[in-house]
Design a protein around this ligand. Structure first.
Ligand code: RET
Length: 273
């Protein structure tokens, strides 16, 4: 349905998209710059974070432009009379980033090969099923039965993912170092809480009568969820990878503290003898 938005309503979404572009760009740069703080064996998780925010940066530039192209400012209001706003960018983005985010979580755990492989396959299939089912529902009319049916079909694999993360992965948390266990448990919670925003945003048009309010809440909701699910999630994965690297005795080459520590060794040895 074509919307007419006040300048404030239009700008709210415009600024939300602009904020996401800044957040994705900054975290892309940050993940590249901090790479050497992580031991080589944990760098794959950081690589995945970097790729995820890069993909999202690209899609948000397209989403932002699509929003701008969809409206014309006439008579003091923004009228949606341009090319249709392209909602598909989000779904294409999720098809790529959701399996990568799940892989990040599994890979940073460093479980045995067989378990890692089985988790990666099952979580990827469930994530793709969830997104593929969501798309026709997202395109359907707000009050249609098909939106509800596709939404429920997409929620089933979503619940399976939550089950795998909480029950199956929960069992392996005890085997990690104590500091790492705390971070991992925070990571699992952030994932489940932020991911729940997506189905809520999806169902909003079905429960909110005012189509303008529903659209604004949905676009802003997805934008906030994307910043929490990608950059914030990536920061926590980074914290886990750094904690594990330190536990394993990794020190960054060229880090002044590491150089200092190495230089201190002869002095300490002298003191002992
Ligand atoms: C849909 C609609 C169908 C029901 C459910 C959904 C869930 C989507 C989720 C998306 C997560 C996206 C992320 C993106 C990235 O960074 C498809 C909206 C349950 C959970 C984490």
């Amino acid at each position: 349905m074509d919307l007419t938005l006040s300048a404030g309503q239009y700008d709210l979404v415009y600024n939300a998209f602009s904020f996401v572009i800044a957040a994705m760009g900054a975290s892309l740069l940050f993940f590249v710059l901090v790479r050497s703080s992580v031991a080589p064996r944990h760098r794959m998780a950081i690589t995945l974070s970097t790729v995820v925010v890069g993909i999202a940066l690209y899609h948000y530039v397209r989403i932002f432009n699509s929003w701008v192209d969809a409206f014309t400012y006439t008579g003091g209001a923004y009228v949606q009379d341009g090319v249709p706003f392209n909602e598909a960018y989000r779904y294409v983005d999720w098809m790529l980033t959701v399996p990568l985010l799940l892989a990040e979580l599994v890979i940073v755990l460093k479980l045995d090969k067989g378990k890692t492989r089985s988790l990666l396959i099952r979580l990827t299939i469930a994530a793709l099923a969830m997104i593929i089912a969501g798309y026709p529902g997202e395109m359907a009319a707000a009050d249609s039965t098909s939106k509800i049916v596709w939404g429920i079909l997409g929620t089933l694999p979503f619940l399976y993912i939550v089950y795998v993360l909480f029950v199956e992965l929960g069992n392996s948390l005890g085997r990690q170092a104590p500091g790492v266990t705390r971070l991992l448990s925070a990571l699992r919670w952030i994932l489940v809480v932020t991911w729940t925003v997506y189905p809520v945003a999806y169902f909003l048009p079905a429960v909110i009568d005012d189509p303008v309010v529903a659209e604004l809440a949905r676009q802003v909701g997805y934008s906030i969820a994307d910043v929490l699910a990608k950059p914030l999630f990536g920061l926590l994965v980074l914290a886990i990878a750094i904690a594990k690297s330190r536990d394993e005795g990794y020190t960054e080459e060229g880090d002044p503290r590491a150089v200092q520590a190495r230089n201190d060794v002869p002095a300490r040895q002298r003191a002992r003898s």
